[in-house]
Design a protein around this ligand. Structure first.
Ligand code: UD1
Ligand code: UDP
Length: 386
């Protein structure tokens, strides 16, 4: 096994991402690494698993993509995507010859990145390591992706003590650090940028959304919910929109055609419900900051919302983000229509319940994860001289 070459003049590191949350969570780390051009030769590879949905994020965070595999195809299967990422990444590795590959999270691009690294005896670093739901098919296919990446990776940056414990339970105890989640670094970067309130508010006003009402931000896209669960989720949103006239539901719809089709069929022309295109990251963060609460199945949004002091109702049967549940800032409401309506109504009508879900701080990090990670890289590099 080729060991990380900490003693080299510059360490050659390939950072791989494919989807929206990966770019957001890797952006602060890329910037932190780039502060040390004498120590690290950082190259960034986008697999292109997502296309439109990452374009504005790459430009917002001012990231230079060195390799783009351009792999997105309409509604492509996991198998084809996986095969193409493996083939595409092999070419990048043959050209750049990295000593270390960094992957973040649990997507197909992450799984492929770690497998290509393993096949080529390159060390793998896994960010957001140790998340586990304990259910092989939920989230699907992310739970198994993470477990496989965890078993391959050489360096594990976990976001919490719970995640560290999950790794320990699987006997992964070496090179494990709890650094918090880099998504908190990212949201801090976005919040610094969002100073021109006018632009953001006008964007939503121009879509005829009454911003003086209480806003519920909705997102949903998980594969394990496709079918009846997703129909139930949309029907619940419809009922809530029709029930409360002092509320607007703003739902930027994920571009997955399986999500688009159902969301549009059930929710178009529903009172107080606004379906939008996926929002550019600062617009999403601004909207979240203005919202009353968030109704979502997103992993990243569960982590971000506590930084803006917003309660989260999680439309999933299980969640690997237990930290928010334990802190009381998020609540698992499942995917059944009646329960979603009940829990959303309780938050809208009962101030005591609402208050009990705010002011607990963010259990997912403090905005310093990227610095901690790069400090660990720098330390390991220095120690290799000894
Ligand atoms: C993927 C990840 C999921 C992550 C999510 C974040 C896998 C298996 N799934 O799910 O873990 O939570 O991203 O959003 O890795 N599409 C577009 N434009 C885009 C992006 C997607 O049109 O910019 C459409 C395409 O038709 C594409 C489809 O959405 O084939 C599905 O994309 P894919 O990346 O396979 O899965 P997601 O559902 O986005
Ligand atoms: N996000 C965004 N625009 C949107 C919806 C989400 O920028 O319209 C951001 C959100 O703030 C979070 C990330 O995308 O940082 C979450 O991505 P997603 O929900 O697609 O994936 P998951 O986190 O569930 O893997």
């Amino acid at each position: 096994m080729k060991k990380l070459c900490w003693y080299a003049i510059k360490m050659k590191v390939l950072i791989v991402f494919g989807t929206r949350p990966e770019v957001i969570k890797l952006a602060p780390l890329i910037h932190e690494f780039k502060k040390y051009p004498d120590l690290f030769d950082i190259r960034v590879c986008s697999t292109g698993q997502h296309q439109e949905m990452v374009k504005s994020i790459i430009s917002f965070f001012n990231i230079t993509v060195d390799y783009n595999l351009n792999l997105m195809r309409e509604n492509q299967s996991l198998t084809l995507l996986m095969a193409n990422v493996l083939i595409g990444l092999k070419k990048v590795i043959d050209e750049f010859k990295p000593e270390n590959i960094i992957v973040q999270g649990d997507t197909t691009s992450v799984l492929a990145g770690s497998i290509v690294g393993y096949y080529n005896k390159i060390t793998i670093t896994h960010l957001e390591a140790g998340l586990r739901s304990g259910n092989k098919f939920s989230p699907f296919p992310e739970e198994i992706n993470r477990k496989v990446v965890g078993s391959i990776a050489d360096y594990h940056f976990a976001p919490s003590n719970i995640a560290v414990d999950n790794l320990f339970k699987e006997k992964i105890t070496k090179n494990v650090w709890n650094v918090g989640n880099t998504v908190i670094d990212a949201i801090h970067m976005a919040l610094k940028f969002i100073n021109n309130v006018g632009i953001y508010k006008n964007f939503f006003l121009s879509r005829k959304i009454d911003m003086s009402k209480r806003i519920i931000l909705v997102t949903a896209h998980r594969r394990e919910s496709f079918g009846n669960h997703f129909v139930d989720m949309c029907e619940a949103i419809k009922v809530i929109g029709e029930k409360y006239d002092d509320v607007v539901i703003v739902y930027p719809v994920h571009l997955n055609p399986n999500v688009q089709r159902v969301a549009k069929k059930i929710l178009s022309n529903t009172n107080n419900v606004y379906l939008l295109e996926p929002l550019e990251y600062p617009f999403l963060v601004w909207l979240m900051s203005q919202s009353y609460f968030v109704l979502t199945d997103s992993g990243g949004i569960q982590e971000e919302a506590p930084s803006l002091n917003k309660p989260v109702l999680v439309m999933r049967e299980v969640t690997e983000r237990q930290e928010g549940i334990k802190a009381g800032v998020s609540k698992l409401v499942g995917t059944k229509k009646e329960n979603i309506i009940k829990e959303a109504s309780a938050l809208l009508e009962d101030n005591q319940i609402y208050k009990s879900m705010i002011d607990a701080g963010n259990p997912y990090g403090d905005g310093t994860a990227s610095k901690k990670i790069v400090d660990i890289y720098k330390k390991m590099k220095l120690e290799s001289y000894k």
